[in-house]
Design a protein around this ligand. Structure first.
Ligand SMILES: [Zn+2]
Ligand SMILES: [Zn+2]
Length: 186
């Protein structure tokens, strides 16, 4: 077995950081597009369930089918696949050496850290939420869907001007009709 040199490790890490940036940039763009609530937008259709008020209230324990990357409803599953999994597969194809680790991180994050455990946990606040789009940072997106489209990283919100509070540059109208037909609010 040949051990990697420090230079090779550094190169791998730099390319992994680049892959992470590419993945989160694509996820940011797709998430922002999913808020463009027009009839042709299938991304919006899948994303509606995420903004239904019941999404944050429903207990979401880890279930066996989450391990198979199938979440609680078809819409929630497609939302994750469209917004995060497809870009992760694309980036993994472009960065074959880093791809398996990136996909592994995506899998573990969605199965173990999404929902109330981390992503939507109001107790997670402070400096971590300046870098990672979790806890109070992501919950602000549920209060004000014109802000905080960043997933995993907050970076792209800062780059594209959707970080912060108040009226944002994004589409202010949340998806109107959740898939069960009841009226949703932001
Ligand atoms: Zn959203
Ligand atoms: Zn959310």
């Amino acid at each position: 077995m040949v051990l990697a040199s420090p230079l090779e490790i550094l190169r791998w890490a730099a390319l992994f950081a680049l892959a992470l940036l590419a993945w989160t940039a694509l996820a940011y763009g797709i998430h922002r597009l999913a808020h463009h609530n027009v009839s042709w937008n299938r991304l919006a259709l899948a994303h509606r369930a995420h903004h239904h008020p019941a999404y944050l209230l429903r207990p979401r324990p880890l279930r066996w089918h989450h391990l198979l990357f199938w979440f609680d409803t078809p819409a929630e599953t497609l939302d994750v696949w469209f917004t995060l999994t497809l870009p992760a597969l694309l980036v993994a194809a472009l960065f074959p050496a880093q791809g398996p680790v990136l996909l592994g991180c995506h899998y573990l994050y969605e199965v173990l850290l999404s929902d109330g455990r981390f992503d939507h946990n109001p107790a997670i606040d402070g400096p971590i939420t300046r870098v990672l789009a979790c806890g109070s940072y992501h919950l602000e997106h549920h209060r004000n869907p014109a802000r905080h489209y960043g997933l995993i990283l907050t970076l792209w919100d800062h780059v594209f001007g959707s970080a912060g509070f108040g009226p944002g540059p994004g589409f202010p109208i949340p998806p109107r009709q959740p898939l069960d037909g009841t009226e949703a609010s932001a």
